[in-house]
Design a protein around this ligand. Structure first.
Ligand code: AMP
Ligand code: ZN
Length: 473
């Protein structure tokens, strides 16, 4: 295939080096990709889903480049506080109290909701989805190793990671650790040796009523949030990972901490490419549960939008740029999606004739050039439209190209077909009246009704079996 030889020319922007780098996998032909998953205490919103859509574009791009992709994602069902640092309340516990639900039942409810939304958006489910609560023993083993290496200490009943002993904390966010040590930041947790240290295991905490607790060498308690990602990613992908993704807010705390724990435990570099997604914003502000300015996939469906219109909207912005959500933008995406659908349906009606192979190579080459350049999906979308509108090629060629492009765009072009028209009450009344008129051989009345339907943009055709086919003009 054309794209296999392009494997080495793929470029990705690495947060670690702040440069666009040529992607080189650890194992030839394979990619290990870890993406931080949702904290399942509430509905995932279309902001969260923008990050998962971008990760899906990357996943599909890697597959198109010929790689075997091993994609792992965690489900945070314990331990994430309302702050990314070790302060605030337990998100799960707080929500369970509000909803008067068992914590695990609450977690499963929102996990199911999340995957329903992902399905609606045609996001490929990661090969391995792992829940934090099912890996607590692995976390305990990991913390024990850190303790053996002198990188963890017990203070005030909790176990902490010693960021200063680790030696190169702050590399990912380019944090000035020396500056932070003497900085003016008010430190709430007096148990910490250094302001940047973080909790690996809580035993003594402010949450005495914490429902989910496990026995550990340090006492009964529960894990800190960051440890789950280091543990589950290495369990399923090994100690060396090609790509690690997440939203940009994870750079300074969550990912910095994951990196420190993992490299401290393994004694070597852990992740080669760190990929971070910019936010979906509403009026210039991040869409977020805590700010309450959220929208979900069911909410946009209820307003009559196809969820794939939101996928289309996500394709119009590069993952490293903020995307402003407005209803006008979603309307435009829905209109573009409908236009594409109408053209694809028309195209598929006649796929006869030879495929112009030279043109196929040319247009797919342009498409690949865009996606292999740091997953530039807006440019790839432009090449898709160039193909749709190219009057020099036949439908067979167009469809051969589009169906390959859609393996990355994921707009479900293969499923695009004319949908059965469902009449509303008014139209149904006209159809019923027409049926009565025809049975009475009142052709004038039947024609009058036909004209009334035409005025509504509908055509009717009587089929041999006595039924009526209705089409929108
Ligand atoms: P959470 O469930 O809060 O842990 O978030 C899940 C993922 O969604 C993380 O990778 C976040 O970085 C990402 N995320 C949260 N809010 C937004 C947003 N407004 N736009 C894009 N990604 C977001
Ligand atoms: Zn994570």
């Amino acid at each position: 295939m054309v794209f296999i030889e392009r494997m080495d020319t793929m470029k990705l922007y690495n947060t670690l080096t702040r440069t666009l780098e040529e992607f080189k996998p650890i194992t030839e032909g394979k990619v290990g990709m870890y993406c931080c998953g949702p904290t399942v205490y509430s509905y995932a919103h279309i902001g969260n889903l923008r990050t998962y859509l971008n990760e899906d574009f990357l996943h599909r791009t890697l597959v198109r480049a010929g790689y075997e992709v091993h994609h792992v994602m965690n489900i945070t069902d314990v331990g994430h506080l309302t702050s990314d640092e070790d302060t605030g309340e337990d998100k799960m516990l707080k929500a369970a109290e509000q909803e008067k639900m068992d914590v695990l039942a609450l977690a499963r409810k929102y996990e199911d909701f999340f995957f329903d939304e992902e399905k609606d958006l045609n996001i490929i489910r990661p090969e391995k989805v792992c829940r934090a609560t099912e890996h607590v023993q692995d976390m305990i083993e990991f913390v024990k190793k850190l303790e053996e290496k002198g990188l963890a200490y017990v203070s005030g009943g909790n176990v902490y990671f010693d960021t200063v002993k680790f030696g190169h904390y702050g590399e990912l966010s380019h944090k000035d650790i020396a500056g932070l040590q003497h900085g003016a930041r008010v430190e709430e947790d007096t148990n910490k040796r250094n302001p940047t240290d973080f909790v690996l295991w809580f035993t003594s905490s402010k949450f005495e009523n914490q429902v989910l607790q496990w026995d550990s060498p340090w006492g009964r308690g529960y894990p800190g949030w960051h440890i789950e990602c280091s543990v589950m990613s290495s369990k399923y992908l090994g100690e060396y990972i090609d790509i690690h993704c997440g939203g940009i807010e994870h750079i300074p705390v969550h990912h910095e901490n994951e990196k420190a724990q993992s490299e401290g435990c393994f004694g070597h570099k852990w992740v080669n490419y760190w990929i971070h997604n910019e936010w979906l914003q509403l009026k210039g502000i991040k869409m977020s549960k805590s700010l309450g300015n959220i929208l979900t996939v069911p909410a946009i469906k209820e307003k009559g939008y196809n969820p794939l219109a939101y996928r289309y909207l996500a394709l119009t912005a590069h993952y490293r740029s903020a995307l402003q959500f407005t209803w006008e933008a979603l309307d435009a995406a829905q209109a573009a999606y409908n236009n594409l659908k109408a053209r694809v349906i028309e195209m598929k009606k006649d796929l006869s004739g030879p495929v112009d192979e030279a043109k196929k190579v040319e247009l797919l080459g342009k498409f690949d050039e865009a996606i292999f350049n740091d997953v530039a999906v807006p440019q790839a979308l432009a090449v898709m439209w160039e193909t749709v509108k190219d009057s020099s090629i036949n439908n067979a060629t167009k469809w051969a190209i589009l169906s390959e492009m859609d393996t990355v765009l994921g707009l479900k072009m293969d499923e695009m077909k004319e949908e059965a028209y469902v009449p509303d009450a008014e139209v149904q009344a006209l159809l019923d009246a027409r049926k009565v008129a025809r049975a009475a051989k009142d052709w004038a009345k039947s024609d009058e009704i036909r004209d009334a339907l035409k005025a509504k943009g509908l055509t009717v055709k009587d089929l041999p079996d006595g039924s009526v086919e209705i089409k929108q003009i």
